[in-house]
Design a protein around this ligand. Sequence first.
Ligand SMILES: [Zn+2]
Length: 259
Amino acid sequence: MKPVIDSHIHLDLYDRNEREQILRELPLYQVDSLLAVSFHLSSCLQTLSYKHPSIKHALGYHPEQALPETKELEAITELIRNNRSTIVAIGEVGLPYYTDHGDMKNYAALLEHFIKLAKELQKPVILHAIYEGADIACDLLEKHEVTDAHFHWFKGSEQTLDRMKKKGYRISVTPDCVYEQEIQSIIEHYPIELLMVETDGPWQFEGKYEGQLTHPKMIHDSIATIAQIKHLPIDRVYEIMYKNTKHFYKLDAPEKGNR
Ligand SMILES: [Zn+2]
């Protein structure tokens, strides 16, 4: 076991006891950092309230819900600007897929707002954009020449993957890579230097994880799966995943620097 980073977790969606358990157990499972993403305004405020040294903050508005009121969007935007020196990214943002919210145009406009903000503040953007949504996200990233993009739990066509590969966009895989063939083939086709690992907790997984609390310790299994698929020694995969995430999110930079 070597150090790991959970590159995408919804800490505020756990109940308090679960969250405290996870934080207590970080050293036990060599979890170096957690990238805590936000869902909406109150989630952003909740995320910012976690002052643990291993918690890195990202602020945004998740697309799988009704569009925000103008006031809420303005408040999130202001929060992002005011915390620009301490947050590590803008996210989670993107386009809806699992829920039907009608007009995709309005969601694309919202995503474009966050992409422009990410460019202005020079922050990476964390995307929830799969299948056809991924292509719309790619169009917007290209339009604004933003390359620091992390597509979390990506699912999509090989064509889209090729397009993303050329731009150097990052993809992260969840513990479902242990049993989901679709994700295994993405790991096979995508360059390892563009891969990261995550849990998307508290989202619950199936197979051997059925009924279990989603915990960053599960990432050790994902690393073993990646090593197997890529035919690489597991220690090497630990190093690459760790370095990829540290580097992409500039987690080594001084906390109060002008990042
Ligand atoms: Zn998420």
